[in-house]
Design a protein around this ligand. Structure first.
Ligand SMILES: [Cu+2]
Length: 197
C-alpha cells in the first residue's frame, strides 16, 4: 500500500516540477522562439542555436543590447548547417523577476533577436523590450567567460548528424536532469509524508 501511494505521489509530483523549456535561437531569422518563456522557479531554459553564429546574453529591460552586470552569457555558438551541438541552459531562480536576453552577434539584437523569461503582460512587456532594442545604438557582448550564469552542454545526438533538427521534446542537459531528479525526490518525499499523516 505504501509503495502504491509513493508511486502515485511520485507520478503527480514529477508532472508539476522543474520543467525544461526549449528556446530556439536563429532558426527562422533573427528570433528567439518563443520570445517570452513562462517558467517556474527551478525550471530550466535551454537555448538551442541555429546557423550561423548566435549567442545569448542577459540584459536589463532598459538596456536591451548591453550585458547586465553578473548576467548570464552563453558565448558565441557557431554552427554551419544545423543546430549547434552546444546548448546553453539557464535555471530560473526567481519567477517573479523577468529575465531579459538578447543575441550579441552583429546587429541581431536590434534586428529583433531578443526575448524574456516571465515578462509581464503589461508594463515592461516583451513587445516593449523588442521596440527598445531597435533603438539601441550598439550591440555589446559580455566580457565574462562563456557559460557564465548557466551551463553549456553538448548534445550527443547532434554530433552524429541525426536528431539535431528534431522538433521533438527538449533534450535536457545533465545539469537540468540533476535538478529535476532532486526536485522530484524532495517533492515525492514531501507528498508521502503528507499522505501518511
Ligand atoms: Cu543572433
Amino acid at each position: 500500500m505504501q509503495f502504491s501511494i509513493f508511486t502515485a505521489a511520485a507520478a503527480l509530483v514529477s508532472s508539476v516540477h522543474a520543467a525544461n523549456h526549449m528556446v530556439v535561437a536563429g532558426k527562422d531569422g533573427l528570433t528567439f522562439e518563443p520570445n517570452n518563456v513562462k517558467a517556474a522557479v527551478g525550471d530550466t531554459v535551454t537555448f538551442k542555436f541555429w546557423p550561423k553564429n548566435h549567442s545569448v546574453a542577459q540584459a536589463a529591460f532598459a538596456k536591451p543590447c548591453e550585458p547586465l552586470a553578473n548576467g548570464f552569457w552563453s558565448g558565441f555558438i557557431p554552427s554551419t548547417d544545423k543546430a549547434a551541438a552546444t546548448t546553453f541552459t539557464y535555471e530560473v531562480k526567481n519567477a517573479s523577476a523577468p529575465v531579459w536576453f538578447y543575441c550579441t552577434q552583429g546587429m541581431h539584437c536590434q534586428g529583433g533577436m531578443v526575448g524574456a523569461i516571465n515578462a509581464p503582460a503589461s508594463g515592461n512587456t516583451v513587445e516593449k523590450f523588442v521596440e527598445n532594442s531597435k533603438n539601441a545604438t550598439r550591440n555589446v557582448s559580455p566580457v565574462s567567460t562563456a557559460g557564465t550564469g548557466g551551463s553549456l552542454a553538448s548534445n550527443g545526438s547532434a554530433s552524429t548528424g541525426s536528431g539535431s533538427n528534431s522538433t521533438g521534446p527538449a533534450q535536457n542537459t545533465n545539469g537540468a536532469a540533476t535538478v529535476q531528479y532532486s526536485t522530484f525526490l524532495a517533492g515525492a518525499v514531501g507528498m508521502v509524508a503528507y499522505l501518511m499523516i
